[in-house]
Design a protein around this ligand. Structure first.
Ligand code: SF4
Length: 355
């Protein structure tokens, strides 16, 4: 597939050029750092409905989960949606976004405004909706199709992918077993490894399964895995949990696209919340436009309180009782990764609390 320029736009002090293969290049004046006015990409939750009941579901989605309220499309007048800038990359998810009754109209509306929509669905839902998804991709209503394969590969998934050159397989660090990676490997697939979220059902899952051990095991084999996929990318949570800075010291700057909130944000249109990412502290939507929300995240960064001591300790129960290093909270209160100094910090907090 020939790579073409999708669009060029100015965002703050940065010129951004996007290509059809997903490549994005930022240009700034020498000596300046990019300072975007609005997000380059938004993680958008459109529904909390999903019938699969996965045991690690960080969204706690349910078969009767709520959909985001969208006004009649295409005359959308929701100010948040209308303020999404052209060429913003929208990563639409849920729940199962395919259950939203207005999904297709929403995609048409975004397409008419040159917003680049990507959709993430579970592999089970992908297999059940191949014709619909093919139509949405062919019409460029969806550019990137994320197919989540957390624990098992449905029959015939890999042959079905040949009609979806824009597909990216999503796995979850600490959950997806080595056998699944092995099955997926050597088929020239694009892979996105997501970090493990301890929110929602994830916390219980974390305690009852071998997530921490699996994270370490994945860290150990990630270098070898790279040659077996067309490309492997990571979200920021996985970057931290797998210690990629240490594993790829020379390439790390190329791998890392910036901290959450630098160029990206999360909007939950179901609950009316937003944040730097879905694992950061969320706040009520308290402004009328995406640009205003994005700027507020930057302005208010100092005000975000670290996680309460009790929450840190709860999150580390398993770690402390087993002596294994598993979870911690960074300065913004996000449950992240697996490093000894932060466990020691948690032990110190525990002692302080008990004194
Ligand atoms: S498919 Fe996704 S949204 Fe549905 S239950 Fe599983 S993790 Fe949750």
């Amino acid at each position: 597939m020939e790579t073409m320029r999708l669009g060029t736009y100015v965002n703050g002090n940065t010129i951004v050029v996007m290509y059809t293969d997903g490549t994005k290049i930022r240009y700034v004046r020498t000596g300046q750092k990019p300072a975007p006015e609005y997000p380059e990409s938004i993680d958008l939750k459109l529904t909390n409905r999903c019938e699969l009941g996965c045991p690690m579901c960080s969204e706690q989605s349910t078969p009767d989960g709520t959909h985001a309220v969208l006004n009649d499309l295409p005359s959308v007048n929701d100010s948040i949606i209308d303020s999404i800038k052209p060429y913003t990359e929208l990563a639409i998810g849920g729940g199962n976004p395919l259950t939203h009754p207005q999904l297709e109209g929403f995609l048409w509306y975004m397409h008419s405004r040159n917003v680049i929509c990507n959709l993430t669905v579970n592999a089970v839902h992908f297999m059940d909706n191949i014709a619909l998804l093919k139509k949405l991709c062919d019409r460029k209503l969806i550019y990137g199709l994320g197919i989540s394969v957390p624990t098992a590969i449905p029959d015939r998934l890999i042959p079905a992918l040949k009609d979806f050159p824009n597909a990216v397989i999503h796995t979850i660090a600490g959950v997806t077993p080595p056998s699944v990676y092995d099955h997926l490997a050597d088929h020239s697939l694009n892979l996105l490894i997501l970090g493990f979220k301890t929110k929602g059902k994830g916390y219980d899952y974390f305690l009852k399964n071998h997530v921490a051990t699996n994270l370490y095991d994945l860290s150990d084999c990630i270098k070898d895995m790279r040659s077996r996929f067309k490309a492997i990318a990571f979200d920021n949570l996985a970057v931290e949990q797998l210690n990629l800075r240490d594993i790829f010291p020379d390439e790390f700057d190329e791998l890392y696209m910036g901290d959450d909130g630098d160029f990206t944000m999360y909007i939950d249109l179901v609950a009316g919340k937003y944040g730097k990412s879905s694992t950061h502290p969320l706040r009520d939507i308290d402004a009328g436009t995406v640009t205003e929300l994005f700027q507020k995240l930057k302005e208010d960064a100092e005000e975000i309180k670290p996680m309460e001591i009790g929450e840190v300790i709860d999150g580390l129960d398993y770690c402390l009782s087993t002596g294994k290093c598993i979870g911690c909270a960074n300065s913004e209160g996000r449950m992240v990764a697996t490093c000894r100094p932060l466990v020691e910090n948690a032990l110190r907090l525990l002692k302080e609390k008990n004194n």
